[in-house]
Design a protein around this ligand. Structure first.
Ligand code: BG6
Ligand code: MG
Length: 216
């Protein structure tokens, strides 16, 4: 084996659980209140990017001052957090619990690399906090995806160099981040993740051995 894989690093939203709909509903509420057109298609452009960048994309060039931007992000987050209250351990995406326990049994370290400042709360609601050996979130680094910083930060906490780790991501910005950091990549879902080393509809379509074999 050229590179023994020692760690798996997972994006959260869209890989472990599907909060994209909640993000959409929260941005939509803000947009409606402010008279801005915002569709489900627009929401796809927000996948995987930070709250600040999401606001910029939602505004589509409309200028607002910094204090208004801060207030709008707070409002969106308040709406979003209401939806988070409905999350239970049953809200993991198909195949997630089995894939995580298979990986643990294989002795692989598990990390989270999420752009979200709500990642700890979401993981707590899913009752998955203790499953992960390292959790990187929207507070961990300054430069957000597609910069590689977050995944490199998590790999550091796992004491694993990027070329011995696999990143699982559902967003183009996340695959770009992982590739820039020198990680192996698995693209999850139907968004633009074709540049990943391996692509699958979800973790239910993969086994840990398949991933390890593919990254040999
Ligand atoms: C990512 C989501 O995980 O987190 C994005 O895919 C979201 O849609 C980003 O904008 C930031 O989330 P939060 O919870 O910090 O607003
Ligand atoms: Mg995601």
């Amino acid at each position: 084996m050229t590179n023994a894989i020692r760690a798996f690093i997972f994006d959260l939203d869209g890989v472990i659980t599907d909060t994209a709909e909640f993000h959409f509903l929260a941005w939509k509420q803000l947009a409606d209140e402010e008279g801005i057109e915002f569709t489900r298609e627009d929401n796809e452009q927000l996948r995987g990017v930070s709250r600040r960048e999401s606001l910029r994309r939602m505004l589509k060039g409309r200028p607002i001052d910094e204090s208004t931007a801060q207030l709008w992000m707070e409002r969106k987050n308040d709406y979003y957090r209401k939806y988070l209250e409905t999350i239970t351990p049953r809200h993991t995406l198909p195949g997630v619990p089995q894939f995580l326990s298979e990986a643990k049994e294989a002795g692989i370290l598990l990390g989270i690399g999420s752009a979200s400042k709500n990642a700890h709360d979401v993981l707590a609601r899913l009752q998955l906090l203790s499953v992960f050996d390292a959790i990187g979130d929207g507070y961990s680094v300054v430069n957000t995806k597609p910069a590689p910083d977050l995944f490199i930060w998590v790999a550091g906490r796992l004491n694993t160099p990027p070329n011995h780790a696999v990143v699982f991501e559902d967003a183009e910005a996340g695959i770009d981040a992982a590739l820039a950091g020198g990680f192996y990549t698995v693209g999850i879902g139907s968004a633009n993740v074709q540049r990943a080393h391996l692509v699958a509809g979800g973790l239910d379509a993969l086994t840990v051995n398949q991933v390890l074999e593919h990254m040999r």
